[in-house]
Design a protein around this ligand. Structure first.
Ligand SMILES: Cc1cc2nc3c(=O)[nH]c(=O)nc-3n(C[C@H](O)[C@H](O)[C@H](O)COP(=O)(O)OP(=O)(O)OC[C@H]3O[C@@H](n4cnc5c(N)ncnc54)[C@H](O)[C@@H]3O)c2cc1C
Length: 477
């Protein structure tokens, strides 16, 4: 890039780092507030973990819920968020989510996003997972952003750090574009929307060694860059004790020793539609209706940290296009799920002891017909809702899975304006945060679908405050 071109890049009010859902929400809202915006993405294309996600958004009291006859309200959502977070979530972030969630749902719909009828997911009192195609969503956001005046997107722009200017405002980026490192100054402020750190071995070794055997599933750029930038600026961090994996990461090539690669990122939740979960010994080992975070921790303790989901045609018939975690038909078409004429054959496909599996399924079927099985106390499909049923309707299906790190719900500390806070609780001037890089929202057990909704809600908020930042500087920082 010529020095003239680099000079042009210093003409923007707001610099947004990372082009996932949070980055687009921030960039678009900053632009809607009148700012010129430069959006920088280190990979060759936009999307990040958002592109790999299951597309389930947690919204309450929506038109889609009403159309499906689901009654919901903010108070119920607040209760779920607080309960899931075991009262440890940052109340400012919970308030922000609740204040803006319906507005953001409508904003996404206004951009052309369509949601499938909500389904029940872990941590939700009523069905709230509104499924959308992540790639369609990202394309819509990208096109919308490019249509804004005075906005520019650059891929292959690796932001290496954030520095303070002469006024002490952290709005100078060190960025490497086409192999050359330069500095870029925002006229107003910077938004860090770099996602999580599920692809960083170093950070996992340091913060969550108990997840060493979990499969890494976030976008390739999820290496914790924003976290390191925030820490270098004196930013505080939170929630690292709560890091957990998600159960249901498919092992496409099992039982081959190379059962997976870093690029297989399919999460599938047949357990919540009625599948049973077995270990390598052919035995059930868990109540399948629990949160996938809890199942994830238990799965890692099984032999080889592997599990098998076994189900029948009745479960397959519940397949739906969105969220993709329930799209069993698509997974079957991609050979991720295997079909068998009998339970015995299904067990043999996965190299499981067929006699044990047959006996296990027979035992499960015998009890579940009458409401609850005594071994693990399963009496619902999920969250106390839905009645499990005997697996008797051939053909049968099986797939191998493990625990994956789809998102890291720990990160930098922000307030309700999405400003980065230092260890004294003061704002680091000039830096706003959005999406997975933010910690403090979820607490120990996240409510399903909130990571995506949060990315959009926090992104919109960060973008608005970044666009208005010069005013707050003049007003007295
Ligand atoms: C397989 C899978 C399934 C999931 N399913 C769901 C689901 O159904 N519901 C839900 O709520 N959540 C889900 N999640 C989690 C959710 O997708 C993420 O938490 C969310 O998309 C994060 O959005 P983000 O914009 O913060 O980050 P990302 O989408 O990861 O975007 C961050 C971007 O920043 C870029 N970047 C990073 N560092 C730099 C740098 N130094 N310079 C420039 N750019 C940089 C990255 O390359 C990336 O493009 C899932 C995640 C995965 C992986």
């Amino acid at each position: 890039m010529s020095s003239e071109q680099m000079r042009d890049l210093n003409e923007y009010d707001v610099l947004v780092v990372g082009a996932g859902l949070a980055g687009y929400a921030a960039a678009i809202s900053a632009s809607e507030c009148g700012a010129s915006v430069l959006l920088l993405e280190k990979m060759h294309t936009y999307g990040g973990s958002t592109a790999w996600s299951g597309g389930a958004f947690c919204f309450a009291d929506t038109e889609d819920q009403a159309a499906a006859g689901i009654k919901d309200c903010d108070a119920l959502l607040r209760m779920d968020l607080t309960r899931g977070g075991e009262e440890k979530s940052n109340p400012e972030l919970i308030d922000l989510y609740l204040t803006r969630q319906r507005e953001i749902y409508r904003w996404l719909k206004g951009l052309g996003v369509t949601f499938t009828p909500p389904v029940l997911s872990p941590g939700q009192s009523v069905p709230r997972s509104h499924g959308a195609s992540p790639r369609v969503l990202l394309d819509l956001l990208h096109e919308h952003f490019l249509r804004q005046a005075h906005c520019r997107y650059i891929a292959g722009a690796d932001v290496l750090g954030v520095e303070r200017d002469g006024e002490g405002v952290a709005r100078i980026l060190r960025v490497c574009i086409s192999g050359e490192t330069n500095t870029l100054a925002a006229r107003r402020a910077v938004v860090i929307a770099t996602g999580g750190f599920s692809r960083s071995q170093d950070l996992f070794k340091r913060y969550a060694p108990w997840l060493e055997n979990a499969k890494r599933m976030g976008g390739e750029g999820a290496t914790g860059d924003g976290l390191k930038m925030g820490i270098a600026l004196g930013g505080d961090i939170t929630d690292f004790d709560y890091l957990e994996g998600s159960f249901g990461a498919i092992l496409p090539n099992y039982p081959s020793p190379k059962a997976w690669s870093e690029n297989d990122t399919t999460l599938m939740h047949a357990e919540y539609s009625g599948a049973i979960v077995l270990n390598k010994l052919g035995r059930r080992f868990v109540n399948e209706s629990q949160s996938y975070r809890k199942l994830g921790a238990i799965c890692l303790k099984q032999p080889g940290a592997v599990a098998f989901q076994l189900f029948d045609q009745s479960v397959m018939d519940t397949s739906r296009s969105e969220p993709v975690t329930r799209n069993f038909k698509a997974a079957f078409d991609r050979n991720l799920i295997h079909r068998a004429n009998s339970i015995r054959e299904a067990a043999q496909i996965m190299g499981l002891p067929a006699d044990v599996v047959e006996a296990e399924v027979a035992e499960y079927n015998r009890h579940i017909e009458y409401g609850e099985e005594p071994a693990f106390g399963r009496n619902s499909l999920l969250n106390g809702e839905g009645k499990p049923f005997p697996l008797v309707n051939a053909p049968f299906y099986i797939y191998a899975c493990t625990t994956g790190i789809s998102s890291t719900l720990a990160g930098l500390v922000a307030n309700g304006r999405m400003a980065l806070l230092d260890t004294y609780g003061d704002e680091v001037p000039g830096v706003f945060l959005a999406g997975e890089v933010v910690g403090g929202f979820h607490g120990p057990i996240s409510v399903s679908g909130t990571a995506l909704s949060k990315a959009a809600i926090f992104g919109k908020t960060a973008g608005e405050n970044a666009a208005r930042f010069s005013t707050s500087v003049n007003a007295g920082l």
